[in-house]
Write a protein that binds this ligand. Structure first.
Ligand code: SF4
Ligand code: SF4
Length: 135
């Protein structure tokens, strides 16, 4: 089984199509939508993690591209304003997947993108507003 995170951009005419339904039904993939900004008649964005055999993921991506969806590896990230961060660790306490940790030696904040589910709990928890989530 492979796991891939994809950043999808939908043209306005595709924004309300049941794309994830096709990934499940036609390609036997398990999609997990992490973030989505979709409005009828407007360009849409979706960050989705798909799990399944590597060939099935490749076929699913080819299907999406054929449907006019722009597909890129997920590049969403967390931006940390180091001038504002006081390494209090509050964000690490609310990060359930363990994507944010404090390095035991340097005490620097460490972000593991592969564990992040883009829930924004850290953004809300930070008293210094030092974290921004880009998508
Ligand atoms: S909660 Fe904010 S100030 Fe505290 S460690 Fe996290 S980013 Fe830094
Ligand atoms: S967005 Fe959620 S999962 Fe990602 S680092 Fe912040 S708290 Fe953790």
């Amino acid at each position: 089984m492979a796991r891939r995170r994809l950043d999808l951009t939908f043209p306005p005419r595709q924004a309300t199509k049941p794309i994830t339904y096709h990934l499940v039904k036609d390609f036997d993939l398990t999609p997990n939508i992490l973030r989505a900004q979709i409005q009828p008649g407007q360009e849409g964005r979706m960050l989705v993690e798909v799990v399944g055999p590597r060939e099935a993921i490749d076929a699913g991506v080819a299907f999406l591209e054929k449907e006019g969806v722009d597909v890129h590896p997920a590049a969403s990230d967390i931006c940390l304003d180091e001038d504002e961060c006081v390494t209090c660790g509050l964000c690490t306490a609310v990060c359930k997947p363990g994507a944010l940790t404090l390095d035991s030696e340097s005490k620097a904040l460490v972000f593991d993108k592969d564990k992040c589910v883009y829930c924004e709990a850290c953004v809300v928890a930070c008293p210094r507003r030092a974290i921004t989530l880009t998508f």
